[in-house]
Design a protein around this ligand. Sequence first.
Ligand SMILES: Cc1cc2nc3c(=O)[nH]c(=O)nc-3n(C[C@H](O)[C@H](O)[C@H](O)COP(=O)(O)OP(=O)(O)OC[C@H]3O[C@@H](n4cnc5c(N)ncnc54)[C@H](O)[C@@H]3O)c2cc1C
Length: 376
Amino acid sequence: MSTALQVIDPEGGLPAALVERLDAAAARSASTGRPDETLTAELGQAGLFGVAVPAAYGGFGGDATLVNHVVAEVARVNPSAAIMLFQHYAVSARIDEWGDEAQQARLLPALAKGDLLAASGWSEPGVGAAKKRLNTTAQRLPDGRWRLDGAKSFTTSAGVAGLYLILARTSDSVDESSSGYGSDGQTFFLVPAGDEGLRPDLSLDLIGMRGSATGFVSLHGCVVGDEDRLGPVGEATRIIATVRRTGATLGAVSLGIAAALLDLTVEQIKRRRQPPDGVTCFRLVDLATRIEATRAVIDRAGRRDAADPGLATLHSKLFATETAEQVGVEVARLLGSAGYVVANRINGLMADARAVAHMGPTNDLCRELVSATWLG
Ligand SMILES: Cc1cc2nc3c(=O)[nH]c(=O)nc-3n(C[C@H](O)[C@H](O)[C@H](O)COP(=O)(O)OP(=O)(O)OC[C@H]3O[C@@H](n4cnc5c(N)ncnc54)[C@H](O)[C@@H]3O)c2cc1C
């Protein structure tokens, strides 16, 4: 059985050697704030890049259940690597759904094989989570190509990725009235890292997700062909709207973080000279129960068998992120002073847990999207 197949087996966790490698990389990045230099290449070689790519292009053809499972397993050891993989899977899936045959044949085999890591550059400084009035523009040149100018912030895998899915404004029309993500007149472009006009910048010093290479990406006179446009001109919102119906959820990252927080706490409590008292044991069981409930919600989102799979996906993110944050607060209390030292990994995991709530769609945007479904 290959490494990736072991990951895919719901009974099997990650192979021990990979866990060790992810763990060492997480510990190093926690102090340096930089991504591990070779980790992504190793994850690619282990077969993890191809989870969301169809088998016809050399991937595993995984559905949302599989994506969520792999992401949660990786997050249990290294949440930064998990968000990098999540973005990679998301871009792979968008190319599979919206790319034309030439784009699929050109990109999907490399995305599956591990030769190419994909990132998403949608967010911008000062633009807000709903990304309505983007400053990044894409202008059509007389020869049919496009010129992109602007700046993206909080792009995960900046400088590590080989391909960026960039959201840009291709017309001035902005529909401020509609709730939700994006606006009319926005278009997606697939920009290779080698483009002279694209510059990553890793100067963001984050309190969590410190190995995720989340940084800025600037675009100055970045020229791409029309064959690099993903989906119809001005209709990126159609692509964005389908994303949340896929069942793949960042809540899987939170699930992995919550499980890691509990594992670490149980381990540390077991090492105490005194066995834990009954109250501590009961609290740990309550946390484990909450994590099991989260797993069920994530599984339901992945199966897409709810009456409204989009709502189930949004609920899963809200529930999982809140679980991870609550588990963090509770285990910090249980560990007492021993938990209040920088070297205790629960603190890094708590910061990682906060990040997921801020990632798109942010939790407040999830609430807005859910309430819009009810209230119109
Ligand atoms: C670790 C990490 C990784 C990320 N990776 C990526 C990535 O790979 N690609 C990418 O494109 N983005 C990424 N992001 C960005 C993320 O997707 C968010 O969209 C982005 O950070 C903007 O969200 P915001 O919370 O700053 O939005 P804002 O909309 O500015 O919200 C900030 C706060 O203001 C409140 N608020 C907003 N509007 C109003 C209002 N009208 N009235 C009252 N309150 C309001 C919100 O509730 C929120 O609490 C990442 C973020 C993090 C933290």
